[in-house]
Design a binder for this molecule. Sequence first.
Ligand code: 6DK
Ligand code: ZN
Length: 369
Amino acid sequence: MTTGYLWNTLYGWVDTGTGSLAAANLAERMQPISHHLAHSDTKRRFHELVSVSGLRDNLVDVVARPATDADILRVHTEEHLSIIKEISARPTGGIAGDGVTMLGNGGLDIALLSAGGAIELVKQVVAGELRNGYALVNPPGHHAPRNQAMGFCIFNNTSVAAAYARNVLGLDRVAIVDWDVHHGNGTQDIWWTDPSVLTISIHQHLCFPANMGFVTERGEGDGHGYNLNIPLPPGSGNAAYQHAFERVVIPALEAYRPQLIIVGSGFDASILDPLARMMVTAAGFRKLARMVIDCADRICGGKIACVQEGGYSPHYLPFCGLAVIEELAEVRLLDDPYQGFISTMGGDTLQQHEREWIENAAVLVKDIT
Ligand code: 6DK
Ligand code: ZN
């Protein structure tokens, strides 16, 4: 059985503007810099490593198609879609949603192609044409709630794909596992009252957004218990993440028995990421992928669709991502060239306070049926 792989040249053309994080601001003496912290070159470098490593000999290309308005409107409001259309039509684009989410001229087309890429992969995995796959899409999606763009995200790609799986492909239960280091607030918002999509976010506590992602946020109404937040303290590394998967993520998936697992795959929990303070290595991400793959083999015929979220180390993200795709395809081609250097930084033991934070989430798994 095969592993799908999806990339589109336009994903490398997402316009993040100038300036290190927000737009360069001369009044604050922020000197313009060619590479925004979220510059899409980081993801293009991942794609190029997938290509030059030879890994694509073991993968089947999946071709992205733009999501339709109807696809977007399953999870977003008309107002949100029309504002994005309007900003995208401006000659120089503009700021969408919150203050940090740039949308370049024509950015609507790339955002639709990103959401549509997630749909296309899910469609082929659910149909059994692929065992699993990786959609290296951009812009990311997990911060976008129903009614706005936020945190570099225009449309919530994993949710658009989950809604497609539910409404068009007829699945009854889908799980979204979000290992991006930031909280998947948009995904949580979209499925808040809906038990047919289990949403799990493991993230650095309060890294972004500033006021969400608490373990106490569990969904409401019929959806109560079907949103699971696993906030971790800064400094968490491979051991903490692996323990959180063993104690919470995997037991939650086993209890829920989804027919499809969508992974929101960000690599900004990596030890070299500039936007967060976690310590996961390529080997750590490989292990997380392996645990989800083994779980999917037990509960849903191995059906996993990984969809790219964030990750901001142009040096290291490509190797973290490669490790995950290698694991999906069950091949080993390249070693992590940074491993020797990173192993001198320490931090790969489970700390007592990390264990306690994880237990606070583990006790909630019993309510998932
Ligand atoms: N903070 C993501 O990786 C996006 O999750 C992360 C977005 C982080 C934005 C951080 C930020 C501010 C700015 C101004 C004032 C307060 C805080 F969506 C993904 F790409 F996946 O702007
Ligand atoms: Zn992130």
